[in-house]
Design a protein around this ligand. Structure first.
Ligand code: TYD
Length: 204
């Protein structure tokens, strides 16, 4: 068996500008000869994508919502993330469990102890090796989103909701400083990209 891969997750409020930067990191890793598995939550598997469609468009109780995120996650871990890490690939996941702590716990008030129980049930010891938190003012993120597309069920929440999501992310980052890397994305894309790649060089 070769070396185990590296598990990297990307978090932040909607409209924080994750996609472009994950693209750049993926490109760079591939140039370095690294096998990259690019994935996302909710989603990442056929069943996970079906669950994603329900989550983004149907209204539901927060308990149902949380269970569905973890149901999709169980599939994602067993079918995509674990096999990739086992063969030495780098997994880049657009969102993971920190999003459940930020959105369901931080912004919707779902009890953290339930999420902790589900996390342990579904993940066992699996945790991201590194998490990049894209941090931006909710007002700026909302403007960006409104310009580019039609909004889904989460994206139509008000600014107060996203302030709470953002605060929950920042609190988690402060609790786990060695796993989190905070990127201020309220700046020029090129600068953000340079900062991300110089951090990523340390992970190799
Ligand atoms: P995302 O894929 O980032 O949306 P988009 O592709 O439209 O940018 O995430 C979908 C939404 O799901 C996003 O608003 C955050 C939310 N979410 C949660 O509330 N909890 C979770 O555990 C996850 C993974 C996502």
């Amino acid at each position: 068996m070769g070396q185990r891969g590296v598990f990297i997750t990307f978090e932040g409020i909607d409209g924080a500008g994750k996609t472009t930067q994950i693209d750049a990191l993926e490109q760079w890793l591939k140039q370095e000869g690294v096998e990259v598995v690019r994935t996302r939550e909710p989603g990442g598997t056929p069943l996970g994508e079906a669950i994603r469609a329900m989550l983004l468009h149907e209204g539901m109780h927060v308990t149902t919502e949380t269970l569905l995120f973890f149901a999709a996650r169980a599939e994602h871990i067993s079918r995509v993330i674990e096999p990739a890490l086992a063969r030495g690939a780098w997994v880049l996941s657009d969102r993971f469990t920190d999003a459940t702590y930020a959105y369901q716990v931080g912004a919707k008030g779902y009890p953290a102890r339930h999420v902790e129980a589900l996390e342990s049930l579904v993940q066992g010891d699996l945790q991201p090796d590194h998490t990049v938190l894209f941090d931006v003012e909710p007002e700026i993120a909302a403007e960006r989103l409104a310009r580019v597309r039609e909004l889904d069920r989460f994206e139509t929440e008000d600014v107060e909701f996203f302030r709470n999501v953002r605060q929950a992310y920042l609190t988690r980052a402060a609790q786990m400083p060695s796993r989190f890397f905070i990127l201020n994305t309220n700046r020029d894309k090129e600068l953000v990209c340079e900062e991300l790649l110089s951090e990523a060089r340390k992970w190799r």
